[in-house]
Write a protein that binds this ligand. Structure first.
Ligand code: F6R
Length: 613
């Protein structure tokens, strides 16, 4: 989704703006732009499409490197098509203000009407442009630029992270935020702003995470932070505990393939220091609830979006199975528009790779208001969600560049296995031998994932055979049902082939009407409670001439008469099978998309971190 950078200082400006934006590129965007302060005026460069188009536009403007202050943006279109006019930065009517914005201004239509009556003329279809005009309008009553900015912010409903330049204040970079992340970076070579850490890591690790409704007035050697009323706040910088991220494909064709192959190590990392030996208790010091409160929990709810929602569904299954406590799973975007049923005897778990998904942040805040303890499972311990949380369970998947989540999902699953087993330990709800057996199997999983990754020939064959299919159906039952949903989502996201996941038993209640000899049906079936049931649903599909593919750990000969393609995974207890059955589905989606020549790492219309509602 959109990204912001800004700099004030004597180092080469354009190089920083372009490099900083390139570090945010992985988030997904469709246009880019920068604004710099040069000789008492503001110069703006914008280009539709990828950052390279902006780079080409800037060729021949090397002199601009010496400019002292500038802002940059990559835009993921929300209001108005992705073109040069709608790209940021946006400039006010009399060119006195230029700004970049992440977020959505909900009352922009009303503001636009008011400003139009006052004579402001709009160029773009964006919500952002109103902010530039609004600040310029506020400047009519004051010479204090910070005051004008705060005056405009008070009129905005919605979410914003802003970087602002004033034509008449060439010595200050302004920034502000509400419900969208923004950080200020401090260094002895000048100061920075960015919407996310990777943009700054090469330049500084000393940062201030702006809070909602704070405004920063940033000079080359000093930073003033105020609240929305102008009261000066004393904010101390902190040091980001990250090394510069090597955004490098390490010989793989795409980040997605590299990240799929990182999964054995990601599992090891997530288990590290939490489970080292099957006979030891699981260490989850991050969960700040006492054992007593964990025992007294009446209900757990899990809130997430997309792939994280699928991990949540596996988590529900595990917790209900291991301790018999009711668990509700809700899509964040649904949770926030209904009556919030939550209290101090409930635990609310938020799951998010990025920790910045706007809907999940809002949902968790609503649950917190009702007194629920908030536990966040995320790959970004520095994110808004993590900072809001009462307890934080980091998943240690490492930086995920590909928009389609793979290794972060597997690590989220691992976090749920650890949590569910910990709850079972505390509640003594599983026999000691069973607990030990489960912990032992968890420790074997990295190797089993490696075995799948070392034998991908059958998956590739399948991808070649099926890449011209227009639709796919994925079926499974029980703990693998969320895997069917995830397999379908991965395929849709990166190949744009229509795919739907169903509980296998639901087929005959409608979807079976879709089956004919053109339809591939991917069935996930592992020995256990529901094996025979999924097999029988697969037979029903085969009887309708569907093209059958199995993901299985079974050696049962019966499978050969039903499935033309059998993608094998190593044997494990059914309860752990989602960690293994997911991998061939990630690879199937990957190879199909790669075969079709799609932009695997940055699929159309998608963003890595969905910071707008
Ligand atoms: C799918 C994918 C998305 C995200 C969803 C939630 O590959 O990445 O469906 O899972 O946008 O994002 P997070 O996990 O960052 O809250």
């Amino acid at each position: 989704m959109c990204g912001i950078v800004g700099y004030i200082g004597k180092e080469p400006l354009i190089s920083f703006l372009l490099n900083g934006l390139s570090k945010l590129e992985y988030r997904g965007y469709d246009s880019a732009g920068i604004a710099i302060h040069k000789q008492d005026s503001i110069k703006v460069f914008k280009a539709q499409g990828k950052l390279d188009n902006l780079r080409s536009l800037l060729k021949g403007n090397e002199e601009d490197e010496k400019a002292f202050i500038g802002i940059g943006h990559i835009r993921w279109a929300t209001h108005g098509v992705p073109n040069e006019i709608n790209a940021h930065p946006h400039v006010s009517f009399e060119n006195k203000v230029a700004l970049v914005h992440n977020g959505i201004i909900e009352n922009y239509k009303e503001l636009k009407e008011e400003l139009t009556v006052k004579g402001f003329v709009f160029q773009s279809q964006t919500d952002t442009e109103v902010i530039a005009h609004l600040i310029e309008d506020c400047l009519k009553d004051t010479k204090d630029f910070g005051h004008a900015l705060r005056c405009a912010l008070k009129k905005l409903d919605g979410a914003y992270a802003l970087g602002v330049l004033f034509k008449e204040d060439p010595e200050t970079l302004y920034a502000a935020k509400k419900n969208a992340p923004l950080i200020v970076g401090l260094s002895d070579k000048g100061n920075y702003i960015a919407s996310d850490v990777p943009a700054l890591l090469e330049y500084t690790k000393k940062v201030i995470y702006l809070n909602d409704l704070e405004v920063a007035e940033i000079k080359e050697n000093s930073i003033k932070i105020t609240d929305i009323e102008g009261k000066i706040l004393n904010r101390k910088p902190e040091i980001i505990p990250w090394e510069p991220i090597s955004i490098n494909k390490m010989g793989y064709k795409h980040f997605m393939l590299k990240e799929i192959h990182e999964q054995p190590d990601v599992i090891r990392q997530t288990l590290f220091n939490r489970l080292t030996n099957q006979t030891d208790p699981i260490k989850l010091d991050e969960v700040k609830l006492t054992e007593e409160s964990l025992k007294n929990l009446k209900r757990i709810q899990i809130i997430a979006c997309g792939t994280s929602l699928h991990a949540a569904l596996v988590g529900k299954y595990l917790i209900e199975e291991f301790i018999g406590l009711p668990v509700d799973v809700e899509a964040s975007s649904e949770y926030i528009y209904k009556r919030v049923v939550s209290d101090k005897n409930s635990l609310t778990i938020g799951v998010s790779q990025s920790g910045e998904t706007a809907d999940t942040i809002t949902a968790l805040r609503l649950a917190k208001e009702k007194g629920s303890h908030i536990l966040v499972i995320t790959n970004r311990p520095d994110s808004t969600m993590a900072r809001d949380a009462d307890s934080l369970l980091p998943i240690n998947a490492g930086f995920e560049v590909s928009v389609a989540a793979t290794k972060s999902y597997t690590a989220q699953l691992l976090a749920f296995y650890l949590l569910a087993l910990k709850l079972a330990e505390i509640n003594k709800s599983l026999p000691a031998e069973k607990l030990e057996e489960y912990k032992k199997e968890l420790l074997h999983l990295p190797h089993k994932v490696e075995m799948i990754l070392n034998h991908t020939e059958e998956i590739k064959k399948c991808a070649i055979k099926f890449n011209s299919s227009k639709d796919f159906i994925f079926i499974a039952r029980g703990i693998n049902y969320p895997v069917a949903l995830e397999g379908a989502l991965k395929l849709k996201e990166i190949s744009y082939i229509n795919a739907t996941g169903y509980p296998a038993g639901e087929l005959k209640h409608g979807p079976i009407a879709m089956l004919d000899k053109t339809m591939p049906v991917v069935a996930i079936l592992v020995p256990g409670k529901v094996f025979e049931k999924v097999l029988s649903n697969s037979e029903e599909s085969k009887a309708r001439e569907a093209r059958m593919i199995a993901v299985t750990s079974s050696d049962d000969k019966k499978l050969e008469s039903v499935f033309k393609y059998i993608l094998k995974v190593p044997q494990t207890d059914e309860i752990f099978s989602p960690i293994l059955t997911t991998i061939p589905l990630q690879l199937l989606a990957y190879y199909i998309a790669e075969f079709l020549g799609k932009d695997v790492d940055q699929p159309r219309n998608l963003a890595k971190s969905v910071t707008v509602e």
